[in-house]
Design a protein around this ligand. Structure first.
Ligand SMILES: [Zn+2]
Length: 92
């Protein structure tokens, strides 16, 4: 009798892929605004820095794309304003 394949595995299975994404310069990544759907190179987001962290807004609709807060020993990253991010990987 065959054992059914589990529908999911734990998040450790994504470690290698996530390490590749977070090891590159994300300002070159293209994100899709969750509000208006436009594609935005993250370096072209309108960045507001007069806050405890940085807030990147969509140049098309002004919705918040991302928030970054840097603490002394950690960083918080909120990407909920982006539907997805396309990251070009360096040649391997
Ligand atoms: Zn937008």
């Amino acid at each position: 009798m065959n054992t059914p394949t589990p529908a999911h595995v734990d998040g450790n299975a994504a470690a290698g892929v996530l390490r590749e994404v977070f090891a590159v310069d994300l300002t070159a990544a293209v994100g899709q605004c969750d509000n208006c759907g436009c594609a935005v190179v993250l370096a072209e987001a309108r960045l507001y820095t007069r806050a405890p962290g940085m807030v990147g807004r969509c140049p098309g609709c002004q919705a918040i794309l991302f928030r970054v807060v840097r603490g002394p020993d950690r960083t918080w990253l909120d990407l909920r304003g982006l539907r997805c991010i396309e990251v070009s990987l360096p040649d391997s």
